[in-house]
Design a protein around this ligand. Structure first.
Ligand code: 5CA
Ligand code: ZN
Length: 412
């Protein structure tokens, strides 16, 4: 499906600073391996760094928590661009899944129309926030054939088995080092699996943690004909197939919110590794913290949601929204509040005044360099913002270009 328009990204002056990010699997900040190329595709082709970020499940309006996660990976993209890399960015849309059917049923609408309308809203939020779009934006429905192929490979490899009702499950024993990505103990895995879309109670499974690959057709649910039998894709294998068919079996970054570290990213990696016979899918597994509103995690059931389009309609500038999100570190669970937005608006106004002043070239080049270093250090936006606060002006728009290029914030 189409993504959204590409924002203008000014060139950033100064020397590249290799990007280091925290990897959930290795539990350390380490350099991004830019030799892990995202293969295929025309633009950039073999020369691009491969990045896959899990996309939305379009059953309800995306809120500022979702946006904050995509903004974090936008910083990653901008940092790689400033270092002279091209980026092969792929994102999915989980446009076939239970939450969509349940919501559509409740509201008496068609689940496809529900999905389409929510994807449109998401695109307009991303465009408003100047988020660089993925080169490939792929819905699960568009990817059914490739998912079927991967499930077939898993069956052939003895990594998957069939149950009644046409269901197919992956065995957690299929890969030697299952659990390497999230580093959780078995009890925590079981708890998260039950909370986050898993079905530990399903009778007949070899292990309660085995994940659904293909759900056989049930009355009233959509189904696709396939050599596996009629049915629809499981969630994790959707991302394994969409990612590795575009980026190659090994790529640099797999990303999403911290709630995806287990089970979703553990299984996405395990399915891809078992299907392709590889050791490790992504060089980095990168996870963002959860955004809360006034101390309470934003969630649809609580109704404490902030929407990007509501903020922009009320006259808040996208640059200020970005700054409010970047005030905290991306890995921290953190708050969004009216007060944070107000602080960001004041900060933006102060930057604009400050950068209208002329400063010495040497000083400005050093500010740009320090800004690049802060962001290359696991996206240290709190330090980046503080050092812009302390800048003494701009020289030929060098600092303004760096701020817009790296942070997507317009100061000129
Ligand atoms: N479609 C799947 C991924 S394949 C999915 O998780 N969709 S989602 O719509 O539920 O979430 C989209 C992204 O937003 C995920 O990376 C999720 O971790 C992130 N996210 C959800 N809620 C928040 C929040 N409150 N703060 C930060 N990120 C969030
Ligand atoms: Zn995903």
């Amino acid at each position: 499906m189409h993504s959204w328009p590409h924002p203008f990204v000014p060139a950033v002056s100064g020397a590249p600073v290799p990007l280091a990010l925290y990897d959930t699997a290795d539990q350390a900040v380490k350099p991004v391996d830019t030799s892990l190329r995202g293969g295929g595709g025309e633009v950039g082709g073999e020369g691009s760094v491969g990045m896959y970020v899990c996309g939305i499940t379009p059953y309800d309006s995306t809120h500022l928590g979702h946006a904050a996660t995509y903004l974090a990976f936008d910083l990653v993209y901008r940092q790689l661009l400033a270092n002279g890399h091209q980026v092969h960015y792929v994102q999915n849309v989980t446009d076939v899944d239970d939450p969509l059917f349940e919501r559509a049923e409740r509201d008496g609408v068609d689940w496809r129309e529900l999905g389409t309308s929510q994807i449109d809203l998401f695109r307009s939020d991303m465009e408003a926030l100047s988020v660089i779009p993925p080169r490939e934006y792929v819905g699960a429905m568009e990817a059914v054939d490739e998912i079927v192929e991967m499930v077939g490979q898993l069956l052939d490899a003895g990594a998957a088995y069939r149950l009644d009702h046409g269901d197919i499950y992956a065995s957690i024993e299929a890969t030697r080092h299952f659990g390497y990505e999230s580093n959780l103990d078995r009890a925590t895995m079981e708890a998260f699996f039950a909370e986050r879309g898993g079905d530990p109670e399903r009778p007949g499974k070899r292990d309660p943690l085995d994940a659904l690959l293909w759900r056989g057709h049930r009355e009233g649910e959509p189904a696709w004909d396939s050599p596996l039998g009629p049915g629809r894709p499981g969630w994790h294998v959707e991302c394994s197939a969409i990612a590795t068919n575009r980026l190659g079996t090994r790529f640099a970054i797999q990303g999403g919110g911290s709630d995806l570290a287990f089970p979703h990213h553990e299984f996405s990696a395990a399915h891809a590794e078992a299907a392709h016979g590889i050791e490790r899918m992504a060089g980095h597994y990168v996870h963002t913290g959860m955004i809360a509103l006034d101390g309470v995690k934003m969630s649809k059931s609580l109704g404490n949601l902030v929407f990007v389009h509501k903020l922009t309609e009320a006259g808040h500038e996208p640059s200020a929204i970005r700054l409010a999100v970047f005030e905290g570190h991306y890995r921290q669970d953190r708050d969004f509040s009216d007060a944070a937005l107000e602080r960001a608006e004041q900060r933006l106004a102060a930057w604009r005044l400050n950068l209208a002043r002329e400063a010495g070239e040497e000083r400005v080049r050093s500010d740009v360099d320090r800004l690049r270093r802060a962001l290359a250090n696991d996206l240290d936006t709190p330090s980046a913002l503080s050092l812009i606060d302390a800048s003494e002006g701009d020289h030929n728009g060098l600092l303004a270009a760096a701020i817009e290029g790296l942070l997507g914030v317009r100061v000129a």
